[in-house]
Design a protein around this ligand. Structure first.
Ligand SMILES: [Zn+2]
Length: 131
């Protein structure tokens, strides 16, 4: 995971409804973890939790307020963003497949230097050498 992606996900989620009025402070403690300070429902006291993500977007939470569901909801929202981001990256990289195929179609026989038009063929159509 890239630090920038994690930061962007944390900032985006903290601005969403339900979080924006509760989260008062964000401290990044590493490239994939942060400490979030939350104001209590009554608005008088603050408490904080720490959420840390691993490379496969799983998270661990340690919270000062184990009764609150907010840390879990916050971490789950970040996870959704990170997973969606990974899926976008995967779909973008699949666009390069046709380019690789074109490259393969321009394969050259190592022996006679003839162009091989069928990338799936095992033998050179010209000299018969095994490719
Ligand atoms: Zn050949």
């Amino acid at each position: 995971m890239y630090s920038e992606d994690f930061r962007n996900a944390v900032f985006a989620v903290s601005k969403e409804n339900g979080f924006n009025k509760r989260i008062t402070k964000i401290d990044f403690t590493s490239s994939s973890s942060c400490k979030i300070t939350v104001v209590s429902n009554q608005g008088f006291t603050n408490w904080s939790f720490h959420v840390s993500f691993d490379v496969v977007n799983n998270y661990t939470i340690s919270s000062e307020n184990t009764d609150s569901l907010l840390p879990e909801a916050f971490a789950q929202s970040i996870k959704n963003k990170l997973v969606n981001r990974d899926m976008e990256i995967a779909s973008t990289s699949s666009m390069y497949v046709p380019v690789a195929r074109i490259h393969q179609e321009e394969m050259i026989c190592p022996k006679c230097k003839q162009q091989i038009y069928d990338p799936t063929t095992e033998y050179c159509f010209n000299c018969g050498v095994r490719l």
